[in-house]
Design a protein around this ligand. Sequence first.
Ligand SMILES: [Ca+2]
Length: 413
Amino acid sequence: MPLVKSKHLFLSSLFFLVFIYGVFVGHTKFFPYIVVDQAKQGLESLLGRLYLGGYTPAGIFHPIPGVDTTDGFWVEEDRDVPNILILEWGPDRSFFLRVIDGDGITQYLLDLAETERQLAKAKTFEWPTSEVGGKTIHGMALCPDGTVLLNFVRYGLVKIDLKGNVLWAAGYFTHHSVELDHEGNIWACGLAMKNSPRLVETIACFNESGKLIKEWVLDDLLVSNGILGLNSIELKNKNLEYYHLNDVEPYNLDTGEGYFKQGDILISLRDVSTVLVFNSKTDIVTFQSNGFVSHQHDPDFIDGNRISVFDNQPGAKNNGSRVVEMYAPTSSNTLTFSGTKDVLFYTKIMGCHAVLPSGNKLLVESTKGRILLVNPEGQVFMTYTNYHPNGKKGLISNAIPLLGEVKDKLGLP
Ligand SMILES: [Ca+2]
């Protein structure tokens, strides 16, 4: 046999044996599986810290050409801007509630460190942070009386007043989103132990005092609707979340009903790029969209027939993230914003939005630490950036426009 051919045969056989051994290791977790797995976890942890350490990674910020935002705020002349409540990350993993007015001037600033001290002292509930990705606060809702609901990852769902005092802690681990329904009940994404070797993802509903009144185990809901196949992708090695539930939103619009009605619950499953609606009385899934959006966040009911979705599209070969509207019952859709020639709109993770009654959109590019206001024609007319005194930019978890009477309830100057 010629030497070259023999060498090719030897290398092919070696490659084949290595491949077979790799498959064997993957299935049996035999050496060196643990070494490789630990290295992978270490890398994921490092990448996670880049985002979750509180600062935006270098190079991810994209200034708007010709617009000076170095003081953190820019608004086009003669534009009306609502006051905005912002949950933002300060230096050294601190957290702040801030209200800015239409001139970008801070009307109100609350350091949540004292709130955390109260929660730690009360010892009512404390989740080991090593299991849930470290210290963070992710998910905020404003109650009609001017109090605020927050998901403290470690202390669970908490209600505070705007002096930072803890009014109650639900003693239940919630994350990502918190929303109110038309009866004042509170809905959130949850994680719970249910005699299971792993944490299970839950949809949790609390009364206005923070008492759990109903929960759904996500797996059970999908099984009963015949769509457990959503997790047939290789997710078995995930020990925290299978789907990455990141929004639970009850239909609570006072603009009337359509295909969507009171009692309907909109949920978002990031890791299977799925948005669906189920009815909380029948547990039947009445709407779903799989794969059109990618690793999305914060779908919102717009009216009885429309849903708006913040579509992150991480790694997509396009110009970044986008906002799309979906129509019931078919999930046909329309693109409503994808950045402009001058403004690259993108956040790989997190992100949320709100469609205002005027049709303007409030968009949160979390990992850029930036908020945009965009008109219905897709023009950016306001931007706020979370600059720290040390010159770095901090993440923004959530932003809520203060509309109607609630602004007066906050007691702002
Ligand atoms: Ca939402």
